[in-house]
Ligand binder design. Structure first.
Ligand code: SF4
Length: 244
């Protein structure tokens, strides 16, 4: 039985190959939030570049949302230790997300502005790929979030074209469950920088996470999370409904 490090490396390598996520000469922006998932992604892509023959450039990017005082300095120290070139963008996104005059949900505002900053950074760094640390749980939760709150069936894609194909968003951890990514991070000694956001534990995503967890606890013989993920590969268009 391979250990957790090898298992995660293999699963990521398979995802990269299955979706041709990284090609020769690519410039890859790795989005780092300071959390275990994104730090694991950076480490894994550095290892991948070392072991594969593909020649690509990696740059880490951190968007400081302004939630936690001192967090940016801690993330900067981790990025320095990683040996990867990095860029840090300071923002006031936290303030905008929780502005009492805002008409949208804080997570919507936060994600919208963060995405914009990431795209701007990727353009400035002439990146062809934007790698995000979303794992299988994120993909499953997003699908349910879209169904339950946005009335649409839409999922995060493993490789997603943006700006008419001049850039792609890639999710190399998409085959891997969150618990395994966290175990990998612990195994290789990565220490996440805690984020202090008022929505933590109360976001819609947290509710979905709890729901899946409860279903799973009740259904010992079914892998609920994987079943939802596999459903994305098993769409029966014959049952498509048309709005009347
Ligand atoms: S939980 Fe906090 S950091 Fe995450 S998207 Fe929502 S507002 Fe932003």
């Amino acid at each position: 039985m391979p250990g957790v490090v090898r298992t995660v490396q293999r699963a990521m390598g398979k995802a990269i190959r299955d979706f041709q996520m990284i090609e020769e000469g690519d410039r890859v922006l790795v989005c780092v939030s300071g959390g275990a998932d994104s730090l694991a992604l950076l480490r894994l892509l550095q290892e991948y570049r070392e072991h594969q023959r593909t020649d690509f450039f990696l740059v880490a990017g951190y968007v400081d949302l302004g939630f936690s005082p001192g967090a940016a300095e801690k993330v900067e120290a981790l990025l320095r230790d990683s040996g990867a070139p990095f860029r840090i963008v300071h923002t006031a996104i936290a303030e905008m997300a929780f502005d009492p005059r805002a008409t949208k949900n804080p997570c919507f505002i936060c994600s919208h502005h963060r995405r914009h900053k990431i795209y701007t950074l990727a353009h400035a760094e002439r990146c062809t790929k934007i790698a995000i640390g979303h794992h299988k749980d994120d993909i499953v939760e997003t699908l349910l979030l879209n169904i339950l709150y946005s009335r649409k069936i839409e999922a995060m894609r493993m490789r997603q074209e943006v700006f008419r194909g001049s850039m792609h968003v890639i999710r190399p951890l998409g085959y891997i469950e969150e618990s395994l990514v966290k175990r990998y991070a612990r195994n290789v000694g990565l220490e996440a920088v805690p984020r202090m956001c008022r929505m933590d534990g109360n976001s819609r995503r947290d509710k979905i996470k709890r729901l899946i967890h409860e279903l799973q606890a009740d259904e010992k013989n079914a892998n609920i999370r994987s079943n939802i993920f596999r459903a994305l590969y098993n769409v029966n268009v014959e049952f498509e409904y048309k709005e009347k």
